[in-house]
Design a protein around this ligand. Structure first.
Ligand code: SF4
Length: 185
């Protein structure tokens, strides 16, 4: 392959939401008109923006959301296998965030409250269709399951920080954030 062809190759990015609310994905879209710059530089593999079911041979993988069920574990491991660089964005991915609030209770307590004993419920039973992902006993941040190369906290991280991280990685630069950018108080 010629050098010029190599230079022109677009980086391939995959994104997924595990146990998240898609707010971090909305923050990616909030880069506004820079999205035009982005699509000039990258192509998308698996992502809510595409219909691909799997991440395949990617340069960058972006993970939103915590790990709360066996399907999340499977998807996350696939991203680790298929993506050279893996980024966790948002509090849920980085430290479990809101989904991890259930860790204060046992799984059976959560299920009973949600489906059997909670106010206004008509005891329809706990869903047990074999097609449903199996819930883990606890919710985990993504780095409990696979190695993560970069973490961007925030709920959600700002579009500006996401753009900076992506544009640095695409340009082959090591991302550096100022103290001001990573303050959350
Ligand atoms: Fe949603 Fe916040 Fe979690 Fe992102 S970090 S998935 S915005 S709750």
């Amino acid at each position: 392959m010629e050098t010029s062809t190599l230079k022109k190759r677009k980086l391939r990015i995959a994104t997924t939401s595990l146990t998240g609310c898609f707010g971090c994905h909305m923050s990616i879209l909030d880069i506004d008109e820079k999205i035009i710059d982005l699509v000039e530089l990258v192509e998308f593999s698996r992502s809510p923006l595409t219909d691909f079911k799997h991440a395949v041979d990617c340069d960058i993988g972006i993970i939103e959301g915590a790990v709360s069920n066996d399907e999340n574990v499977e998807v996350l491991r696939e991203f680790r296998r298929q993506c050279k660089t893996l980024i966790a964005i948002g509090a849920c991915a980085v430290n479990g965030g809101i989904p991890a609030m259930r860790n204060r209770f046992s799984l059976s307590e959560c299920l009973n409250e949600s489906y059997l004993d909670g106010m206004g419920l008509e005891n329809q039973g706990i869903p047990n269709d074999p097609e449903l992902p199996r819930l883990l006993d606890n919710v985990h941040p993504v780095q409990d399951v696979v190695k993560i190369d970069y973490m961007l906290p925030g709920c959600p991280p700002s579009a500006e920080m996401i753009w900076q991280l992506l544009s640095d990685l695409i340009a082959g630069r090591e991302p550096v954030f100022t103290q001001e950018q990573i303050r959350y108080d």
